[in-house]
Design a protein around this ligand. Sequence first.
Ligand code: GDP
Length: 211
Amino acid sequence: MPPVPSNPINVKLLLIGNSGVGKSSLLLRFSDEQWLPEDESSATIGVDFRVHKMEVNGKKVKLSIWDTAGQERFRTITSSYYRGAQGIILVYDVSNRESFDALPRWYTELETYVGDGVVKILVGNKVDKEYSRQVPTSEGSAFAAQMSSMFIEASAKTSVGVKETFTRVIERILEQGSAGITDHGRGGVPGGVQVVGLSDGNINQSGTCSC
Ligand code: GDP
């Protein structure tokens, strides 16, 4: 008898951080191997979410990765955005001190909305802009350690560190064995890659679009 294919493990990841740090760009780079040149992308590209299937350490994983799609500009990220997340990718821009200084506020928000068991990685994006760096690597890494987060520097533009960011989060989630236990299937959506509108009105609690 042929082996029964195992069901993929559903994992829900969230991207958060100030507007303009490159959240949508990281997501596009990771899921589509795509980069929109700075002059072609608007201030925020505004991808809402992507579903991405991959294999990590021999396990099939169905990732749904959510992007704030610019909600953070209006400070209207709602608790429903955080619901059921197993991993958080918290992004700042190494060439923008303000985006780094805003991190304590993001961590406070995480304390309110997600449990301690959620895996977190702090990502210093835009390392290709080394010439205008405002946040040293050592400072980013020390802050991440203080906040019990993993740390990486990356560039959505050159791809450096992008795949590793996602892989490290998933590996840690799988190690903790939390995937699919707390949130069976909640993070997934049917079908392949999808982009939907992310307003409170058309997202139901299961993270799918009711439009
Ligand atoms: P978001 O608001 O956090 O989703 O940020 P976006 O992904 O929309 O990116 C904001 C701007 O930063 C856009 O002009 C991007 O082209 C640019 N950007 C994003 N990632 C990088 C990067 O790694 N390097 C450089 N140089 N620019 C980037």
